[in-house]
Design a protein around this ligand. Structure first.
Ligand SMILES: [Zn+2]
Length: 98
């Protein structure tokens, strides 16, 4: 009977370690919380911890291959090169910001 209780306890600890690894609290802290302070204390602490989220914003930029300047607004030709007398088409770039 004790064997079953210990097994269930360890399965809960492993599950909470995995769950905590996906949150700000982290896997190690979750593991020790669940193991030494019981999963019943660890569950609310882990669930109250914020989730790890990576926000990826995509921003389109336009690059001039002559002067290497980048623009965020869509322009047909590079204004900087237009001043120098060149008509250079801007190429779109897709940048990922985390
Ligand atoms: Zn240019």
């Amino acid at each position: 009977m004790w064997f079953v209780i210990i097994l269930v306890y360890l399965i809960l600890v492993i599950m909470l370690t995995y769950l905590g690894g996906q949150r700000k609290i982290g896997g190690y802290t979750s593991f020790f919380l669940a193991l030494f302070l019981t999963p019943f204390i660890a569950i609310p602490v882990i669930l109250l911890s914020a989730k790890n989220t990576r926000i990826i914003r995509q921003q389109k930029q336009y690059k001039c291959h002559r002067c290497k300047l980048r623009y965020t607004e869509k322009l047909e030709y590079c204004p900087s090169c237009m001043k120098d007398g060149y008509k250079i088409k801007l190429k779109p770039l897709i940048m990922d910001f985390i």
